[in-house]
Design a protein around this ligand. Sequence first.
Ligand code: BTN
Length: 263
Amino acid sequence: MDTDELPVPERVSVSEIGGRTTRVEVYAELGSTNTRLRELAVEGAPESTVVVARAQTAGRGRLGRTWNSPPGAGLYASVLERPGIEAGRAHVLTLSAAIAVAEAVSGFGVSGVEIKWPNDVLAKGRKIAGILTESSMLDGKIDSAVVGIGVNVRQAAVPDDLTDRATSLEAEGVTVEPLRVLTKVLERLAVWRPRAESAGDEAILSRWLDLAPMAIGAEVHVDDGKSPYDAVTEGITDDGRLRVRRSDGRTEVLTAADVTLSR
Ligand code: BTN
């Protein structure tokens, strides 16, 4: 979307949004908050700039999918990170965002919250939130990373044909406004995100593993876009990739794939 065509952002203050937010833009409707924030990043927007939309017309998910974004039904937000860390550690940003979203969702009282590799957040096995991180590199380091967060707040965010695989805060018994969900996510992100720079990756990896029981010893079906296969998960590598063992004993290390629990 061309910047000239953008609707005027609504007035929401940085302090209302909370966390480490330095600048915030809230729109009634955007194509994609990730796309808008990427434009701001190119213009030099500071770390922790946040873009939120009440609806997206071209919301994007992982693996080239679309992200259903009807008005007021979900949290559609993007957060700008400028961590200055090595390109090879980009995954710690996504892992810390997944931890923050999982903790935020649990914090509203949703039970059975867990992370499914790489960064889906599930409630009792159904997807309630997803994260799409898009990074730009400069001289081997992350110049900026746009962390896009989508949370199904009302059940209207869940397409009818996905109700067996996706859920919402509303369906889990929680009535809350999308902006309130954002505040909670940013509060948790303010705890986890600085650890991506300071404490090293161990704290993040270990908390992520706590929240992702499926990452070790689970029987899964792997769709890598080529030839799907069954496997057992064997944890994640230091760079955030999922290790699985195929039924014939071969080990694979996955960078991007769809992994679902075998039933
Ligand atoms: C996934 O496939 O699970 C990731 C979904 C990420 C959706 C969010 S909504 C806000 C931000 N803007 C987008 O276009 N996508 C992300």
